[in-house]
Design a binder for this molecule. Structure first.
Ligand SMILES: CC(C)(COP(=O)(O)OP(=O)(O)OC[C@H]1O[C@@H](n2cnc3c(N)ncnc32)[C@H](O)[C@@H]1OP(=O)(O)O)[C@@H](O)C(=O)NCCC(=O)NCCS
Length: 172
């Protein structure tokens, strides 16, 4: 399907925020989104960007004033002690009516290209147990499930846990 793949700019943050809310709703996690477009702008387009973002856009057509964003991939670079530079895919989303038309592959292909250009040797991401569609998509693109093969578990420490931990070094 005809669509342009481009890097997001700070001007895209309102639109990106809408897509992030859509994917959170898709995962039944809408209530957990605490950021807003201003945070996205500061964190992605300031002096030390914390993430990068690629957008899929339907081109302008006769009678249509604006190009229309139909998907995004948000990612950041990290490090593996086993393999070196890696890319972590945080968010991949294609608006429902445009799924199954090759847009997800185009977005991820661009992320892969940028990751390789940056010297990365691996892409990491998680998907939910029930999201068979996403798992089939990632498998089709060559990924393998490390929870199945190596029993890795995703763990996290929330803000309060972080603060407690930071404080705990001060107590005997
Ligand atoms: C997952 C998602 C990003 C895939 O994007 P998409 O544009 O629908 O996928 P594409 O059309 O680019 O498919 C790419 C390849 O995966 C295959 N594929 C896609 N969905 C598939 C499915 N459900 N079962 C099997 N194969 C599938 C396609 O056949 C295609 O293979 P091909 O290029 O060899 O023909 C999209 O469905 C989506 O946004 N889902 C909701 C949000 C989500 O789950 N995001 C991922 C969170 S972890």
């Amino acid at each position: 399907m005809e669509c342009a793949i481009r890097e997001a700019t700070s001007e895209d943050c309102e639109c990106l925020m809408s897509l992030i809310k859509e994917i959170a709703d898709y995962h039944h996690l809408g209530g957990e989104v605490t950021i807003n477009s201003e945070v996205l702008k500061a964190d992605g387009f300031g002096k030390n960007p914390f993430y990068k973002c690629i957008l899929a856009e339907r081109p302008m057509r006769n009678g249509c004033q604006q190009a229309h964003v139909i998907g995004h991939a948000l990612f950041f670079f990290g490090y593996s002690v086993n393999h070196g530079r890696i890319v972590y895919l945080e968010n991949l989303y294609v608006v429902s009516e445009f799924r199954g038309k090759g847009i997800g592959r185009q977005l991820l292909s661009k992320v892969a290209e940028m990751a390789l250009d940056a010297g990365c040797v691996e892409m990491k991401f998680v998907t939910m147990e029930w999201n068979a569609r996403a798992k089939a998509f990632y498998t089709r693109l060559g990924a393998h499930d490390t929870t199945e093969s190596e029993q890795w578990h995703c763990m996290e420490l929330g803000r309060e846990g972080l603060e407690r931990l930071a404080q705990s070094k001060k107590s005997p």
